[in-house]
Design a protein around this ligand. Structure first.
Ligand code: AHR
Length: 319
């Protein structure tokens, strides 16, 4: 009995320690809080992108603080500053434009909050200001579009271009890739190039103006996204012309509506740009927060849809 009493405090400590460590393991984990500074809601692509990030966050029990930048960089900068002040665990930014991010990224780095840049790249002198970039290769998309055109233009040469948001990586890279491609095919002529801001309504009004200015000289339309191409199609039809026949249409995104338009012969080619980044973004954020190393840059491999594969692809398009 005397011996038993001697060992009792030790036994109690062991039991208590065991109980405490069990409690720690069983205790509900604090959910991760992520601040997401989205560009806005300029296109169907963007709507699908926002939905992917919101749905995946809900599924994983991530506390998502969402900010709609309404297509203004100053709104995005204010959102990021507010995420820093709230001490979120990580920040995701879909940058409207490439430049102007250094000060706010430096603030996030100073606060030790990892930043994942999504979709469009930023131009910064020091890449250590963000932890990872996950997006698409916009230059490659533009290259695929111009190469498709070079093989399928069938003697048509006069092009008009509808550019995306000025200053955005998506517009800059898609424009540059197309221009570089055209330089290898001097038979083509760029009649005009104007912005439609990635928006359907502007795609229509700008195309109306282009049709007034150039009339039937326009043989090819290159649009930096499907929404502008779909708006332009309305303008082309209202002008009494047949989209896809009188004017060849090459575009980017491959939203379901555009792939359907390819199947219907109104768009000739759409190059995919997949917006469903939710799973990849949060896998990356979770790894970063666990202290694991993640790739600095990763981008999706995109497909191309034309009359050869669009009809078969329509039923499985997810956005
Ligand atoms: O940054 C990706 C581009 O942004 C998409 O092509 C466009 O539709 C969107 O608004």
């Amino acid at each position: 009995m005397k011996n038993l009493l001697k060992f009792l405090p030790v036994a109690a400590i062991v039991a208590l320690t065991g109980l405490l460590s069990l409690r720690a393991a069983d205790a509900p984990k604090k959910p991760i809080t992520v601040g997401f500074a989205q560009t806005g809601a300029e296109s169907a692509w963007r709507t699908a992108n926002t939905k992917s990030l919101k749905d995946e966050a809900a599924q994983r029990g991530i506390n998502l603080k969402f900010s709609d930048g309404q297509s203004k960089q100053e709104n995005q900068l204010a959102a990021v500053r507010s995420f820093i002040a709230q001490r979120v665990d990580a920040i995701v930014i879909a940058p409207i434009v490439e430049t102007g991010w250094e000060p706010v990224l430096a603030d996030a780095k100073k606060a030790k909050i990892p930043v994942v840049i999504m979709d469009r790249k930023v131009k910064v002198a020091d890449d250590s200001l963000f932890t990872a970039f996950i997006g698409s290769d916009f230059y490659e998309e533009g290259r695929m579009a111009v190469e498709w055109l070079a093989k399928n233009a069938g003697g048509r040469v006069n092009i008009v271009e509808l550019q995306g948001e000025p200053g955005s990586a998506a517009a800059n890279d898609r424009k540059k890739a197309f221009a570089d491609g055209l330089a290898k095919h001097p038979e083509f002529k760029m009649l005009d190039s104007q912005t439609g801001n990635f928006r359907r309504a502007e795609g229509k009004t700008v195309m109306e103006a282009l049709l007034k200015k150039h009339g039937k000289n326009i043989q090819i339309l290159y649009a930096h996204n499907d929404d502008m191409a779909l708006g332009a199609i309305q303008a082309i039809e209202e002008a009494g012309l047949k989209p896809g026949k009188d004017i060849l249409i090459v575009t980017i995104d491959a939203i379901k509506e555009a792939v359907q338009a390819v199947a219907a012969g109104k768009i000739n080619c759409t190059v995919e740009c997949n917006p469903l980044f939710g799973p990849k973004i949060y896998d990356t954020v979770e790894k970063i927060l666990k202290g694991e190393t993640v790739p600095k840059f990763s981008s999706n491999k995109d497909e191309l849809f034309d009359s050869t594969n669009a009809t078969a692809a329509v039923p499985t398009r997810q956005y």
